[in-house]
Ligand binder design. Sequence first.
Ligand SMILES: O=C(O)[C@@H](O)[C@H](O)[C@H](O)C(=O)CO
Length: 508
Amino acid sequence: MVDNTSLFSEVFQNRFPDFEIIASSVTEQNNIFFASAIKGSEKKLILAAGESSGIPSGFRGSKVDDEECSYLVCNQNHDNARAVRSLLSYTKPVILGNANSFGFGDRLGNAGPAHLRALADSEPVFKPVLAQQSIRELDRTGRSAREVLDAATWAVLQEGYTAGFGADADHLKTPEDIDRMIGAGFTMFTIDPSDHVNNRSQRMSKPQLLDAFKQLPWYGLNDSPNQFLKRYMGKTFRLANEYELELSEITVLRAAVKYGNVLMHTQEMFRYLSEFYSGNDVEVELSVDETTHPTTPDEHLIITSELQRIGVHLVSLAPRFSGVFEKGIDFRGDLDVFCNEYLLHQAIAEEYGDYKLSIHTGSDKFQVYESIGALGTGRVHIKTSGTSYLEALRVVANSDASLFREIMGLSLQRFETDRKTYHISADAGHLRDPLEYQDDDLPKLLDDDNARQVFHVTFGSVLTHVPQNNPEQGFRKRIMEVLQCNEKVYEKCLYRHFRRHIAPFEKK
Ligand SMILES: O=C(O)[C@@H](O)[C@H](O)[C@H](O)C(=O)CO
């Protein structure tokens, strides 16, 4: 039996023959039908159809009145995204809780449909965090938090994905960062206290540690040096009836000095979010992945115990894992050491924090996913972002060699500046002048680690580059046009790439 939505897919198509109606998007609410559509090379649209009086007032568009039916042809702009979210609840982000989740950072705002398809074709292993951008990414691309959230709403509507998605305001360092993101409707808040990690503690002698230990913000933490030492020094903590962590005096002192101010700052950010936005349904991640030294399991145990004591509740925590996690390339290091520590971190997260482990810089870590996917233990959040931008550049390299060479030229120029604050080891000296590559060799650069990292961290310079003599020819506009003309290829690249990330977690 033909259901209403497939019937209306035909109605829309017959009424607008020069539009491509996206069948997966057709939905009905209060006898009004909606569909995502594409009109030639123009931006995607949203169509509404029904009795004229029935079309909700929040939608803005051009009206077409037929005898039996009225239609509204709307641009996918912010006002219409808000109207969609107020009408179709599944297009609003929600908190995901303890469910395994996958962060699909999307610096261009057009990768969402393929992200959802890569996930939908797997058994329900992950919930999608479809809107995810860090303050650093927004500052570098010039995009707003609402643009990121709207892109996720349009993707969910287009794919007819009704199972719920998250929205991660990533790497927040100040209360102002929280204000900037929560106003757009984000639901997950990743606190980044890395500026408060005392990395010097790694090299401190015991006298230096004792001196720094006394100067920690004990009053703010409602604690004292002696009470802290009594809780941990010389204590043995059993984990999952399998592991034991015995905390020596020097370990406890070093952990306190390294993370003491992190706890204070995290408490302040958590209280700000909880008190100023008490009406919002939110969840919090703590990310200490961008520090100079790995987070040891001993340190993780102390951090999570202290967070519990000061009333900070997390949905996930991102430690700095051992081994080399760099942007845009696979894991480097001893995979056995990583897996052993991962299991310890998982046991701590489960037993002392009841939260997920979060893997940042999760793009392209295929060796890790083959290992931990097979383990099938614990709960995990995986965070990716730059890798979707690299797949977009792969399409540009295959479709518009001239544009790609221009982008590569700018990326090489900007690399040494833009690489700051990113943990990468690429050597641009291995790359040649863009003009020295044959057209056919350009796409292969997206499989070269040095080139991947050069492109990965220069996204901001590229996406905000507008030639003074020709403002209409900015790189972002040209990239989006190439992707729009090659949408099926782009979606196939993204789908294939994210299936490779997700498949290792599917039950064999
Ligand atoms: O580039 C960024 O700022 C973000 O993508 C950030 O690195 C994010 O937390 C991440 O780890 C994505 O892989």
